[in-house]
Design a protein around this ligand. Sequence first.
Ligand SMILES: [Zn+2]
Length: 219
Amino acid sequence: MNTQPVHIASQEVVNRRAVTDSPPVVAALILLFAMCVSLIFAVSVIPRPGQPWSPFTVANIHDATAAAKPLPIDTVGWPPAREYLELYLLGRREYEVAFAPPGRPITHSARVNLYGWPMGCLIEVDRWGPDGDPERHTSPPSRTPLNVRWIGLFVDTLTFAAPIGLVFLTPLLLRKLVRAWRRRRGLCPVCCYPVGASSVCTECGSPVRNKLGLQGSGA
Ligand SMILES: [Zn+2]
């Protein structure tokens, strides 16, 4: 409980500093910023109609190895994958997968586009299914609109947030640790000058916890 009179203006400065000095607040702001960056990047790699694309082939596999590949979409009730093609370039990933019951022709296929880096936080799906299947319509494909892929958004956000956090949060945490260490040793947390009876540092004017345990509130 602060019982000391303070000037309104200096209290506002202290409050503002308290917000920008608070690691959880800074971490939350960094995460929010990183999420925006992830989404903006994902939107930027969505192809415009007719835009040429020369991706790398990540995988082009068949039969048992294709069936064992995990897919970013739900294919419950579909036969196993028989052909699996995965393409990638600069934050855009495309899967073209065909499904067939063992020993029979292909009955279903899907094309999935993921946008974003590294995992992809926006997803677009085209599905083709056999005639008469009420769940999976026949051609033309049933196309889902662009959706947020939450696991991708989570991973992409953390990936962008990590370096930003390292740059902005590390000095903040180090300063907190150093100041806590100085406080424990009876020194001013800001300038390291020994604390006496005053609740304000006599060297630099910073609020300090004096020898009686009274916390100063700022000069
Ligand atoms: Zn000081």
